[in-house]
Every structure is written in structure tokens, then in C-alpha cells.
Design a protein around this ligand. Sequence first.
Ligand SMILES: *Cc1c(COP(=O)(O)O)cnc(C)c1O
Length: 405
Amino acid sequence: MSKRPWGYQPQPERPDPTWELHQETQSVRAGLARSGFGETSEALYLNSGFTYASAEQAVSSFADEVDHFVYGRFANPTISMFEERLAAIEGAEFCVGTGSGMSAMFASIACMVKSGDRVVASAAMFSSCYVILMEILPKWGVEVELVETNDVKGWTKALSKPTKVVFIETPSNPMLDIVDIKMVSDLAHNVGATVIVDNVMASPVLQKPLELGADVVMYSATKHIDGQGRVLAGAILGKRSYLEEHLSQFVRHTGPSLSPFNAWVLVKSLETIGMRVDRMSQSAQKIAEFLEARPEIKSVRYPGLKSHPGYEIAQKQMSGGGSTIGIEFKADQASVFKFMNALRVIDISNNLGDSKSLITHPASSTHRRLAPEVRAEMGITDSVLRLSVGLEHYSDLLKDLEQAF
Ligand SMILES: *Cc1c(COP(=O)(O)O)cnc(C)c1O
């Protein structure tokens, strides 16, 4: 075989900065591991396996005695770059990338519970999370109790009994209900529970659950982390002890692994997440205020509006209202559909957190799977639309909405 060509030279490691780097700097620098080619941008290692210099090196790699990649289900250099970068942005001790947000949500809970254990969750949530909690886990003997987002008495009562896991989605999808992360974490820790937060709607830019007392954060990276409608992915972040005692073995053997290609897309997306989410949130605030003043609208749900029942808590725990708005029309479903069909810029689509503004009718799409009574409890009537505000100029979006009315 030929000599290693093209001047491959393992890069000497530079000393780390002596000061703490800002989030913007971490977003473009953290986790970067250059190969001997010295490429500027993060490389895509699209491989499932790895080779060893000797049989002995293979043995010690498998025994975790040396740092050497073993198999794509466990780790891969491109995936590790994404994980390190997201962990730095979140301020977490570890990050595990997964193939989707749902595999992250499922693994984060399933790695901890066994038959007879109890899970408490906030009632307003994404429909697939609801199916895992209310249909799949109970089938395996896990008891699940739901609490209304803002019901302090309810939380106190539910968390007076031994509990293994507390799962909260705040803001919730699609009605943007807010749970007080610190209040629930304090109550949960009194009974020894691990608090897992679905932070999809806020993103790591606007809310840091670990700083507020939560133990674990999970993402659908499909949303703001990619934010450009390209790949499906998820992530679980938190304390090293949770990784070592629960998650690590579970994901190694059940295989919810992220693809290296998707990790490569995501590691670049993280470079711009701060700018994107801040801009989307600023535009969403203006659009929410505009919608609230329209006579056709019954109510607007947006954490940055004073009319939101969770406004005070949102002010405490979020640095912006986020990109998503829940809109309840006075009209019936047929008129709401007419409104959607009249839009010229905003697309009809069930994704969110995207650079393109998207509108969806949750009752017939994302939350269709829920029973009508459950939807009604979550406030998802047939007259509700969810608007995910993108990166277009906000005045074009206002014009689009105005002409559709
Ligand atoms: C989209 C979403 C998920 C699921 O993520 P996928 O990447 O689609 O699997 C989970 N939670 C919330 C709040 C979401 O919006």
C-alpha cells in the first residue's frame, strides 16, 4: 500500500483558552476535532466501523482501556463533534445524539424505569410523547400520572409519593403552556425523582433547564437545532452520573443512534442557532402582538404576551418567547382552513423551528392521534392553528397574515 499521501500530519493540540468562552464562540468552536489534513470545517466521517493496528489494540479498545472508536452504534468522530458542541452550548456534562426526538424522549425515560415504578408528567405535550407515557409505558407496568401545567397543588400532591421520573414539556407543543421548572424540580428532588425536560420549543438558546434544577434535557434536533428542514435527529443531555448509571448501557444496546451524515449537518447548524432562534423569537413576538389585536382571533398563546397565563414564569426562565404561536380563531374549522389556504408566503406544514414560516392545524395533523377529550383538555380545538415563525422579514409575514384575513 502507498504511503499516507497529501501531507497527512496529526495536528498538534493547541492549549485551551484560559477564559470561559461565550455561547456564540462555543457554537462555532466547541467539539471541533480536525484530522491530519487540517480541514477548516468539521469533517464527515461516514463510516460504520473502525480498524485496529493490532489484535491487541482491538482488545483494549473493546475493554475501554484506550480511546479508540469501535463501532458506529456507540460513537463516531462526526457524531462526537456534534455532541460536544451541543453539550457546551447547553452547559451539560454529556450529550448523546439520537436518530430522532422521539428516540431521545423514549430512551431518556426507558433507561430509568422498570415495572412498578411511577412517572409524573405535565399534561400538555406533543402527541407522540403522550403515546409513550400513556400507552407504551403502562403496558410494561409503569404507572404514569399527569398534572396540569400550572397546578402547584397538583404538583405538590403528585410529588408527595415516591417517583422515579418527572417529565415536563415547557413550553408545550402546540399551546405553549409553561411549567415552572425550578418549582417542579425542587418538589421532584424531595422524593428522589429525576427531572427530564423536553426543551424542544425553547431550544438551548432561550432556556437552560439544567441551570433551573432539571437533571436531564432532551431535544428533537429536527426542530431549531437543524432548523432548516433537512434532517431528523434528537439529543439527550445532562449529568455524567445519569449517563453512567442509566443511559449509556441502554443506548449502546438498543441502538437509537444518530447517523454521521445527520450529525455533520447538525454540527454546522449549531454555528448559527443563536442568531436564528433570537431572530425568530423577535419576529414571533411582533406577530403575536399583531394577531392578538385582530378581531378574527379569539385568543393568542405566546409566552412573550402578558395575556399568557404562564407569562411571569416564562419571564423568569426563558430569555425570549420562542418561535411558535398558538392561535385560536373565532371561526370554525372550514374558515380556518380557508385562512391557511389563502397564505402566500407561510407554508402549510407540520414541522416547526424551521427557517421557513410554517402553519399547521394540530387537531387534524400533529395531534390527530390524541382522543378528542384529551385534545380538548390541552386546548387544541378545531379552530386552533400553530404558527412557527421563520427567518423571513417579519413585515412580509405580517402582510401575508393580513391579506389572508
Ligand atoms: C417534534 C417534537 C418531538 C419529536 O421529535 P422528532 O424529531 O419528530 O422525533 C418531541 N417533542 C416535541 C415538543 C416536539 O415538538
